[in-house]
Ligand binder design. Structure first.
Ligand code: G
Ligand code: G
Ligand code: MN
Ligand code: NA
Length: 253
């Protein structure tokens, strides 16, 4: 209960901030986007992991405020980088199932894009399979989001249960291969088979596929060999503060 009270005050007390994890093209090393990941630092508690506070925010309804703050901050950061001379093609932002239950998600996203001036095509919303399958109106919301021009990615792909027939109906552009399949990709034949199947599925459905949790050159080489040229993971970068992203990826003129 105390944690909940502290979480509720976290935004106003400037304890919430975002880290950004680069997404890269494997063969060229080029930056293709970043994923925004929320962080909470409380003076008393120290760093609290999102694995802990996101579920709490969902259970208490605070996720609506938090989700809005995250989206606004992520879009504003894209404009700040742009002004500082760094063009990041796209930003991925995670959405929670509770944000869909609200109904007003599309208006919120449209307002934030308008307010910040970020082109809708540069925003990619990440939802998990379970969000899609367990939300009654998910298809409606997702179509609405698509109609205002934002991109959609399915996060942790392969870990939930998504019907392929359903996937076909969705205006989704990207599948993110869950990092649990990448971890033992070159030693576990099942993980290898799953990763290859997802890459093939993406190809045949004309979706882009990005691998998460890439930590070794061996994993990257495997992905490239099987036709996946996009990755995110510690091999390239941990989630970083915006200044670090700028310092690393900004090419001086
Ligand atoms: O960031 P890691 O850095 O520890 O993230 C842990 C989990 O928290 C992941 O499953 C990630 O998707 C989730 N997460 C991180 N940031 C956000 C956010 O802004 N919104 C939601 N809903 N989930 C997030
Ligand atoms: O669930 P989602 O995919 O949105 O969250 C991404 C999570 O994966 C975050 O917790 C992030 O910090 C973590 N992550 C990103 N890259 C790596 C990696 O290379 N290895 C591991 N173990 N975790 C990673
Ligand atoms: Mn994600
Ligand atoms: Na994931």
């Amino acid at each position: 209960l105390r944690l909940e009270a502290m979480l509720r005050r976290s935004i106003d007390k400037n304890e919430i901030f975002l880290n950004y994890q680069p997404q890269v093209e494997i063969d060229s090393g080029r930056l293709i986007g970043v994923e925004a990941l929320v962080r909470w630092h409380n003076p008393e508690l120290g760093n609290v992991t999102p694995v802990r506070f996101i579920p709490l925010a969902e259970d208490t309804g605070f996720i609506n405020q938090l989700g809005k703050w995250v989206l606004e901050e992520a879009c504003r950061q894209m404009i700040r980088w742009e002004r500082a001379g760094l063009h990041v093609a796209k930003i991925a932002v995670n959405l929670s199932v509770k944000q869909f239950e609200r109904g007003s998600i599309v208006n919120m996203v449209a307002d934030i894009l308008q307010e910040t001036g970020l082109a809708p095509q540069r925003l990619q919303l990440e939802v998990t399979e379970s969000v899609i399958m367990n939300t009654g109106d998910a298809l409606v919301f997702i179509n609405d989001l698509h109609s205002i021009g934002v991109g959609l990615a399915i996060d942790d792909f392969g870990t939930g249960y998504s019907s392929l027939a359903y996937l076909k109906q969705l205006p989704v552009q990207t599948l993110k291969i869950d990092r649990s399949f990448i971890k033992d990709i070159s030693t576990d034949v099942n993980d290898e088979a799953i990763a290859i199947a997802i890459i093939q599925l993406g190809k045949s459905m004309n979706l882009s596929v990005i691998a998460e949790g890439v930590e070794t050159e061996e994993q990257a080489a495997f992905l490239l060999r099987h036709g996946c040229n996009q990755a995110q993971g510690y091999l390239y970068s941990r989630p970083e503060l915006p200044e670090s992203i700028l310092a690393r990826w900004h090419a001086p003129a």
